[in-house]
Design a protein around this ligand. Structure first.
Ligand code: FDA
Length: 308
């Protein structure tokens, strides 16, 4: 119930105004977001890399409705990738891209605009010597995002994508994307979806995650296991053993600010551990999804409102 309310608020302009104008919000947002600027992102990336972690950077923004905004987002990614190169961070850090931020919703031409814009980001990533992973948004975008992925991979086979275990279709998508060179980031899924397309209970989603993970870990691609769930982390280690996977043939991924001590523990054991690091001033939608994932975060938010 609370999850549904928070996810609905995440799409409401009125709720956005209220949350953004609340002075204590910034304090809570900083737990999940590196900061507003490129310099903030580079500072946080450097600190994570110094701790032996890998990073994937997200320039915050989504659901763009005008062309200029989409172009500005592409420019921001190009600047980011250039900074990663000049700061010698391209080995440790890649980028994550939401197609809705680069034009996917711009009318009937949206998919083509997003593809052209994603190409510019991939060119900049190739020049920097790093990779791009496409985030996955609500289920109405899945086919379009996977189509863009297919197009991009003909020029840049290292482009990866997120698959969401809560979608009923995802086990089949995992089979399609378990081939050599394929990079799939498997997560549970963060949007409000109808039962016609998505499993609803935690138990069903967790079981679907294990089925998808099994497909990816026994396949020939590079699974990126994006979860904070201790049970799924343990199952990943078991599946790696069962499938004779070397430690550099898959990786763990978690969000910035969530279970940081576990991130360091996994990296300290010799695993590749990548942290999803968002930055920028368009943090509202991302922040509301993090609140929705865990009721305790709402308590943290309310306590900050009371004390700041
Ligand atoms: P679960 O929600 O069961 O959490 C397991 C435990 O982790 C909790 O008990 C708690 O300890 C901790 N935890 C989880 N979320 C927390 C939070 N917000 N605050 C504090 N503690 C928390 N989704 C999507 O739809 N599209 C996408 O592209 C992506 N991309 C993505 C990239 C990466 C690297 C990650 C890790 C996640 C995503 N997600 C995503 C989000 C994902 O779908 C999911 O909503 C969250 O990861 C939470 O699910 P868990 O698997 O962690 O399990």
């Amino acid at each position: 119930m609370l999850r549904s309310i928070l996810l609905a608020a995440g799409r409401s302009p009125l709720a956005r105004t209220v949350v953004e104008r609340t002075p204590a919000t910034r304090y809570v947002v900083r737990r999940f977001v590196a900061g507003d600027t490129l310099d903030d992102a580079i500072t946080a990336t450097t600190a994570l890399a110094d701790d032996g972690l890998r990073i994937t950077l997200d320039h915050l923004g989504e659901d763009t409705t005008d062309r200029e905004q989409a172009d500005a987002t592409v420019d921001a990614y190009v600047r980011l990738l250039d900074r990663l190169r000049t700061a010698n961070l391209a080995q440790a850090a890649e980028v994550s891209l939401k197609l809705s931020a680069v034009g996917q919703f711009l009318g009937s031409d949206g998919q083509r605009i997003a593809l052209d814009n994603a190409r510019r980001v991939c060119e900049a990533a190739a020049a920097a010597g790093t990779t791009v992973t496409l985030d996955m948004e609500d289920h109405t975008t899945t086919d379009s995002t996977l189509e863009v992925l297919r197009e991009l991979r003909t020029d840049w086979p290292w482009v990866g994508a997120v698959l969401q275990a809560y979608l009923r279709r995802t086990e089949a998508d995992c089979r399609d994307l378990a081939g050599p060179g394929s990079r799939v980031r498997l997560c549970k899924g963060a949007y409000k979806e109808p039962s016609s397309v998505a499993f609803q209970s935690r138990h069903e989603v967790d079981r679907a995650y294990v089925r998808c993970l099994d497909v990816l870990m026994s396949g020939e691609g590079y699974p990126m296991v994006a979860t904070h769930d201790p049970r799924l982390v343990a199952i990943t280690a078991r599946l790696a053993g069962d499938n004779n996977r070397a430690r550099d043939s898959y990786e763990y991924q978690m969000l910035y600010g969530i279970r940081p001590e576990e991130q360091l523990r996994l990296a300290g054991e010799g695993n590749t551990m990548r942290v999803y690091l968002p930055y920028g001033d368009e943090w509202y939608g991302y922040f509301m999804r993090r609140l929705a994932e865990r009721p305790a975060n709402v308590g943290f938010f309310l306590r900050a409102l009371a004390t700041k």
